[in-house]
Design a protein around this ligand. Structure first.
Ligand code: PRP
Ligand code: URA
Length: 210
């Protein structure tokens, strides 16, 4: 469809997505499912990280291994729903830095409203991984990439649980170098900008504010 886009294709991802979509899934279960999918997305998005060789001594013999310089990664959750993805990402890369991008989507205009930004000052030579479960119109994603790009990272990737074709198109047209990782792509948006069939409001379901 689009060589910027990686869609996780795996029976277990399908299983988790189905549980996640179910309106009867509790916030507690929903958070656990988001965490699992975030780990899998992060695993996929970090495939090309550079490694340096390191020798260790096992109880049996010396072994040649590799290490990743985790400080070269910055996770950028978009508040508030992106926070739900952070634990899963940090489980995999615990020594990454974390910056916060505070924005919400105005319900009438569907455009993002910015209310908070706190990013590490030093991005030189580091990669930025933006976390947000939902890529709907793409407005929040484009603004987040714009903000991250202004700090001069070496590269930017966007990780989301669920995406709509409109959001993928908007983000990939605005930023052709930004790779997008998603667990599923749905059909369309409804008149209120919600992904259909979707999973509802991710932030509300993560934090139990439905
Ligand atoms: C949701 C979601 C994205 C945005 C996606 O956040 O987490 O940030 O909407 O929509 P878009 O692609 O059309 O911009 P929301 O505004 O509901 O804020 P919240 O995370 O604080 O609940
Ligand atoms: N934000 C959400 O949380 N859900 C959608 O379907 C669209 C935007």
């Amino acid at each position: 469809m689009n060589d910027q886009l990686t869609v996780l294709s795996h029976p277990l991802v399908g299983h988790i997505m189905t549980e996640l979509r179910d309106q009867n899934t509790s916030p507690h279960q929903f958070r656990a499912l988001v965490r699992k999918l975030s780990m899998l997305l992060c695993y996929e998005a970090t495939r090309d990280l550079p490694t340096v060789e390191k020798q260790v001594i096992t109880p049996v013999a010396p072994a040649q291994g590799v290490m990743v310089d985790q400080s070269k990664l910055v996770f950028l959750p978009i508040l508030r729903a992106g926070l739900g993805m952070l634990d899963g990402a940090l489980e995999l890369v615990p020594d990454a830095s974390v910056g916060h991008l505070g924005m919400y989507r105005d319900e009438e205009t569907l455009t993002p409203v910015h209310y908070y930004t706190k990013l590490p000052p030093q991005f030189e030579g580091r990669g930025a991984v933006i976390l947000d479960p939902m890529l709907a119109t793409g407005g929040s994603a484009v603004d987040a990439v714009e903000k991250a790009a202004s700090y001069g990272p070496a590269w930017i990737k966007f990780l989301c649980i669920l995406s709509a074709p409109q959001g993928i198109e908007k983000l990939s047209k605005a930023y052709p170098d930004v790779k997008i990782y998603t667990a599923a792509v749905d059909q369309c948006l409804n008149d209120h900008g919600y992904i259909v069939p979707g999973l509802g409001d991710a932030g509300d379901r993560i934090f139990g504010t439905v």
